[in-house]
Write a new protein. Structure first.
Lengths: 325, 530
């Protein structure tokens, strides 16, 4: 049967040519993302700033948000926020952290439940007091930083330091852009978002390592090829695998996005952005050329190889001879 | 790479089969699986976000523990100094310490040594060896006793242990299915109630300390007078049943700790709901003494520093049993009986985190998770088949076994499956496929470079496997960190992701190779259909 070839064999696309564009563009996007974080801020969920989250479903008919808002408005709850959640009869109520410590949060929940009465089905109630929210925020940040550190150490063992550093820069760049995306779209930033970020980090590195592995192999095989050429060869060689894998991951994530329900919607959307869109871009256009800037293979002049690359096993020699004739 | 001894092949297939078998118990109901051996009964536990239920995190009020310690320390100081008949003044709680001033300078040495005896060495179990429970210092006749931090931490720890038992007793009365009540950290308790859709009743039961005291009402002045001036030294003003205040002696005549039973019932005359209680022998004796000495006077039943009723003693109660009535509803009488039977909490508990998922949302989440899994799996399988043909089929078989193995391991560990956990499994399908893709693309390359079919396949496997290992380990590190810092649903995601990576490494290294090896042996292909 004719098989699907998304990427033709023996592509020779010159990826390195774009590094003069890709680096400035990435730097710009990173700065944009960082300023978004500081000026626009992230939509921190109750996991990190405390507060109450309630998902309620009307027992009959679509929800009347306006009436609900005015009812809750009389309860003196401070900042609160209502929105439709996936269906017209499903409402997400978010109440900011009440002053008065952990007990005050519970009291707020009771007041709301009393005010809304029996017209609603309480699908989900989450209350996070001040003690827990500061901890979760600390844990989340520590987690991200230690994951980056642990992976850096691991890469240092497996590859040379330039590779480890290059991978780290590329993937922290991934995280920065993803955080910028989350800031821009106002997606809820809670514990599952940290899960998404960590997975993006791990998976994106997965990708970078595959390319680096190939680069390392090429470096050993072709002693004289110039770095840009060598990098191009490596990326072109792994291109087919990269595209196919990214497609399968994208398919899985798409299935999750379409069918997984509203509860993990923000998680899935973040993953798609980080893994499929940004991850691919950085592995090719940042992680590889950065090796040049970090000084890998500076002694390479380019030009013809001195001897034949790695001899192939004897068994295939007659085959090759046959083919040449 | 393509050579498998019979033993090795058998071992691989057997391992995969056995692990997959562990997933089976999940498809049978409890009843059917009861007769199987213990190991086969382990099954996946559905997280609270999938089966519905309530998750409550409680924290022991450390300041209350400290306050009580200081209060009993003050009483101890009084007792010790009276024993040796040393006059003193200014016995008071100041900040985190108890202070007392010794009036006669000659007594200071004796007082100091006697008070030092109150400090006991702590056992060395948790790194507290060499520490004592109190710091006792003296300065110009003023002796300060401060409980050490280690002692307080130990006390909090003990409170948590006691509280867990008491909460267990209280919740068991309600008949919730398989609640989880366990310690978390030094001063926290995790309560998980599967299937509970409205935890407010449980929260009420847990929220009450339920400290019951029997004390005399102080009749020396009226409550209003005491409010305006000052209550006498040995009495205090407490909230009464009618919203007003009542002046109650501080001295406790009988404490709720001596209760041996409490049952809800109905007053014979008024048919009001009441709680009938019974004391143990100590309590009965004290109760008898107290009622004998105070016939005709009102005595107060104080629950959590609130007077719930103050009946007049009509005759001495020698039998050690009695009745508490306080305008209860049936529910309230029931609850009070439960609380009294279970015992008083040593310190108040605050709910610092609550996550409750109703069963409706739980069911919807499961449905959504299942749909996404089937859709994702189906799409990936089709895609792999279309891209790699026969080898795609091999990869698909490996991935299906991979997912079965994930469920098997989850069952074996009795791990909790949450909605993000299901997402983790769907993601693992995408990642697992990557291992196979790496191998196949490498094989394609080797074919292009001119190798024969068998050599290309062999080289493809050997070259690719090192890369597979490296790349999966980085994702695994991320999953490990996430497991460590995460809680609840997020932890479920880390678990399935981590297990998924391990199983996909296993299937890539062994299963796919095995299938391809046997195919090569049977078909002896000239070209690779890839």
């Amino acid at each position: 049967m004719r098989l699907l070839r998304i990427v033709p064999d023996n592509t020779r696309f010159d990826f390195m040519r774009f590094r003069r564009i890709s680096f400035p563009v990435s730097a710009l996007l990173s700065i944009l993302a960082i300023s978004l974080y500081f000026f626009h801020g992230l939509n921190f969920g109750i996991d990190f700033v405390g507060g109450t989250l309630m998902e309620v479903k009307t027992k009959a008919g679509p929800a009347d948000l306006a009436t609900m808002r005015s009812t809750l408005g009389t309860l003196n709850l401070g900042d609160f926020h209502l929105q439709e959640f996936g269906a017209p009869d499903d409402v997400l109520i978010r109440i900011s952290e009440q002053p008065g410590g952990d007990e005050a949060q519970q009291q707020a929940v009771q007041r709301v439940q009393k005010a809304l009465g029996t017209d609603f089905d309480y699908r989900r109630v989450e209350v996070v007091g001040p003690s827990v929210s500061t901890e979760l925020l600390a844990y989340g940040t520590i987690g991200l930083v230690s994951a980056i550190g642990a992976i850096l150490i691991y890469l240092w063992f497996r590859f040379e330091w330039q590779f480890a550093l290059g991978a780290m820069i590329a993937n922290v760049h991934d995280l920065v852009l993803t955080i910028g995306f989350m800031s821009l779209t106002g997606i809820d930033f809670d514990l599952t978002s940290i899960a998404a970020l960590l997975t993006i980090l791990g998976y994106s590195l997965n990708d970078t390592v595959v390319i680096y592995d190939r680069i390392r192999e090429m470096l050993r095989r072709y002693k004289r090829m110039s770095m840009p050429d060598l990098l191009n060869v490596s990326i072109n060689a792994t291109l087919s695998r990269s595209i196919v894998t990214h497609l399968t991951v994208a398919i899985s994530l798409l299935a999750l996005l379409l069918f997984g329900g509203q509860a993990i919607h923000s998680f899935t959307a973040t993953m798609i952005f980080g893994v499929v869109l940004v991850g691919t871009y950085t592995s090719v256009f940042i992680a590889s050329p950065i090796l040049i800037y970090l000084g890998v293979g500076t002694s390479r002049m380019g030009g013809a190889e001195e001897h034949e690359p790695e001899p192939e096993p004897a068994a295939t020699a007659p085959q090759r001879a046959r083919a040449r004739r | 790479m393509l050579f498998f001894t019979r033993w090795k092949a058998a071992a691989i297939v057997l391992t995969a089969l056995v692990v997959c078998l562990f997933a089976l118990p999940n498809f049978f109901t409890e009843g059917m699986a009861k007769r199987w051996p213990a190991l086969a009964q382990r099954h996946i536990v559905l997280g609270l976000d999938l089966q519905g239920g309530s998750h409550l995190l409680l924290q022991v009020d450390a300041s209350a523990v400290r306050k009580e310690r200081l209060q009993s320390l003050t009483d101890d100081v009084l007792r010790v100094l009276r024993q040796v008949r040393i006059p003193f003044t200014g016995r008071a709680i100041v900040g985190n310490s108890v202070q007392v001033r010794i009036t006669r300078e000659a007594d200071i040495e004796t007082a100091l040594s006697k008070l030092r005896e109150l400090s006991t060495p702590m056992s060395g179990i948790l790194g507290t060896s060499g520490q004592r429970t109190l710091d006792v210092n003296e300065n110009g006749g003023l002796i300060t006793l401060t409980p050490t931090d280690a002692a307080l931490t130990e006390r909090i720890r003990q409170s948590v242990d006691q509280s867990i038992q008491i909460i267990e007793r209280r919740i068991n009365e309600l008949g919730t299915s398989e609640p989880t009540i366990q310690r978390e950290g030094i001063d926290r308790i995790l309560v998980q109630l599967p299937g509970v859709r409205d935890p407010s009743h449980v929260k009420e039961l847990i929220g009450k300390t339920a400290k019951l005291d029997f004390r005399m009402v102080d009749l020396s002045m009226s409550a209003e007078q005491a409010e305006q001036t000052r209550p006498p030294a040995d009495s205090e003003l407490l909230d009464g049943e009618n919203g007003g205040k009542v002046l109650i002696e501080k001295r406790v005549l009988v404490s709720g700790g001596d209760l041996v039973d409490a049952q809800p019932g109905f007053d014979q005359r008024t048919s009001e709901p009441v709680v009938n209680f019974r004391f143990n022998s100590t309590g009965a004796r004290r109760f008898a003494e107290a009622t004998q000495a105070n016939v005709g006077k009102p005595f107060a039943i104080v629950l959590d520093n609130k007077v719930i009723s103050a009946p007049v003693i009509r005759e001495p109660i020698l039998g050690g049993s009695g009745q508490i009535s306080g305008r209860f509803t049936v529910q309230q009488a029931n609850d009070l009986a439960i609380l009294l039977r279970a015992g008083a909490l040593p310190a108040p508990l605050t709910i610092i985190e609550e996550r409750t998922v109703g069963p409706g949302l739980g069911e919807d989440s499961i449905k959504a998770g299942m749909r996404a899994s089937y859709a994702g799996a189906a799409l990936v399988i089709i895609f792999m088949f279309v891209t790699y043909g026969l080898f795609g089929l091999f990869a698909n078989i490996a991935v299906i076994i991979n997912v079965a193995m994930i469920f098997g391991i989850l069952s074996l560990l009795s791990a909790t499956l949450t909605l993000p956990g299901i997402a983790g499994i769907v993601l693992t399908v995408g990642i697992a496929v990557d291992s196979n893709v790496l191998i196949y693309e490498r094989i394609r390359e080797e074919v292009r470079a001119g190798r024969s079919a068998i050599n290309a396949i062999d080289a493809g496997f050997s070259r690719a496997l090192a890369t597979i290992l490296d790349s999966n380990i980085t994702t695994f590190i991320a999953a490990a960190v996430l497991f460590y810092i995460g809680t609840g649903p997020v932890r479920g995601f880390a678990v399935t992701l981590g297990i998924g990576i391990l199983t996909s490494l296993f299937t890539a290294f062994t299963l796919t190779r095995l299938i391809v090896a046997y195919w090569v042996r049977l078909w002896r292909p000239r070209t690779v259909p890839i």
